[in-house]
Write a protein of this length. Structure first.
Length: 191
């Protein structure tokens, strides 16, 4: 389950979700769409936090970032551009706001390429910057983000993994937890 809030999410939100019956694991994360320019072409990347346990990636080449100025990129994105491991990539906001409002680091060394089950097709999503279409994803260490609140919280549901995805049994287990999360958000965690 991916939980988002228009004003961001806090540690209190994480704790409230952890207390919901049926929730197995919870991890808070940050993400932001950015522009990068290469060969006189602007591309949009969806930059996400590397998580400890949820939404794990499969490294295709290279390694995970070990320092704040390192990034691992979407394999499909790298294959469609002239970027290579060892190159530098610079993020810009794509808006009038400074990139420094969101990131402590603006330029990164590419240390690897990866795939993720978060994207099960070639479509990477839409965005309000650049061409309006996301070209790929980038993963960085959480401390790179300069945000006061999380942009999303991920939660797994007890017993859902044992069910076939999108089956009635799976949907029933997950929907019960989603309903409780919605209830928590409406009552401020006081349900």
């Amino acid at each position: 389950i991916k939980v988002q809030g228009t004003m961001g999410l806090t540690d209190e939100d994480v704790k409230a979700i952890e207390k919901i019956e049926g929730v197995e694991e919870v991890e808070a994360a940050y993400s932001q769409d950015v522009l990068c320019e290469r060969d006189d072409t602007q591309k949009v990347l969806h930059v996400m936090t590397l998580l400890d346990t949820l939404n794990q990636i499969e490294i295709v080449e290279g390694r995970l970032p070990e320092q704040a100025d390192e990034v691992i990129l979407d394999t499909d994105f790298v294959d469609s551009t002239s970027y290579e491991i060892g190159d530098e990539i610079t993020f810009t906001s794509g808006t009038e706001e400074s990139i420094k409002d969101t990131f402590h680091v603006q330029t990164y060394t590419i240390v690897g390429t990866a795939t993720t089950s978060y994207y099960v097709s070639d479509y990477r999503g839409s965005t309000t910057i650049g061409t309006g279409s996301v070209s790929g994803f980038a993963l960085v260490m959480p401390e790179v983000f300069a945000l006061d609140v999380y942009t999303e919280i991920y939660a797994t549901v007890s017993g859902a993994k044992a069910e076939m995805a999108y089956s009635d049994a799976y949907t029933e287990k997950v929907d019960i937890v989603i309903e409780q999360i919605h209830l928590q958000s409406k009552t401020g965690g006081k349900s």
